[in-house]
Design a protein. Structure first.
Length: 56
C-alpha cells in the first residue's frame, strides 16, 4: 500500500469502489490496519463515509 497519504487515498477509494463492499473487508483481505488507514487519511482531511463506501 502507498505510504504517501494522497496516493493512499486514491488507492483505497479505487479498491473500495471496484472490489470491496466496505472498509473492513478491504482491510481483512489486504491484511491492513484499519485504524492506521483512517488516521493517515484523517491527517489530510478525509474520513470514511460508510454510505458512500469511500473516503470523502
Amino acid at each position: 500500500m502507498p505510504k504517501d497519504p494522497v496516493m493512499l487515498l486514491s488507492f483505497i477509494n479505487l479498491k473500495l469502489r471496484d472490489f470491496y463492499a466496505n472498509l473492513d473487508l478491504l482491510c481483512e483481505d489486504l491484511d491492513a490496519d484499519r485504524n492506521e488507514i483512517v488516521e493517515k487519511l484523517a491527517g489530510i482531511g478525509y474520513y470514511y463515509d460508510e454510505e458512500k463506501n469511500q473516503f470523502v
